[in-house]
Design a protein around this ligand. Structure first.
Ligand SMILES: Cc1cc2nc3c(=O)[nH]c(=O)nc-3n(C[C@H](O)[C@H](O)[C@H](O)COP(=O)(O)OP(=O)(O)OC[C@H]3O[C@@H](n4cnc5c(N)ncnc54)[C@H](O)[C@@H]3O)c2cc1C
Length: 125
């Protein structure tokens, strides 16, 4: 069996594992990331980036392109069977964060980010 060495082994390439991988890369720490799945999910599980996630991305130096390409939604209105359920006002968060919105990334831009970060930060084995 072939042996490989790494400082950190990340198990799971979901958002948590990928963010950790980005931060380790930033600090020059060698890592390997593995996932039991063959590739990304076909289903969207991250339409909007929440304020706390934007703050973590800022710390990691990643927020600028997501701000540039995202749709910054100040409000969200939820419906069920064409009837309004309730409305969320993200701008009310402005005392607590610089990111008082839900940052919605389109499908096209999500593909762009996935390819762009994969090319810059690592290689698939
Ligand atoms: C329909 C839907 C819509 C959503 N929309 C949003 C949204 O708009 N905004 C938002 O912020 N969040 C949203 N979420 C929530 C968001 O997807 C989760 O919070 C996020 O995926 C959690 O990330 P994670 O990395 O912790 O876990 P996961 O995404 O579950 O990733 C874990 C990874 O680890 C891998 N893994 C697990 N066990 C092993 C193992 N033993 N060996 C190897 N690999 C393993 C799995 O294959 C998986 O790829 C949504 C979720 C759903 C289901």
């Amino acid at each position: 069996m072939k042996q490989t060495h790494t400082e950190v082994l990340i198990i799971g390439a979901g958002p948590t594992g990928l963010m950790l991988a980005n931060m380790l890369h930033t600090y020059g720490i060698n890592f390997r990331i593995i996932d039991k799945k063959q590739g990304p999910s076909r289903y969207s599980k991250a339409l909007g980036i929440h304020p706390r996630a934007m703050e973590i991305m800022e710390l990691a130096g990643l927020s600028a392109p997501f701000l540039k390409h995202g749709f910054l939604a100040k409000h969200a209105q939820l419906y069920s069977n064409n009837k309004p359920l309730f409305r969320i006002n993200f701008s009310l968060l402005n005392r607590d964060t610089d990111y008082s919105f839900l940052n919605i990334i389109s499908t096209g831009n999500r593909t762009y980010f996935r390819k762009s970060f994969a090319t810059k930060k690592g290689r698939k084995r």
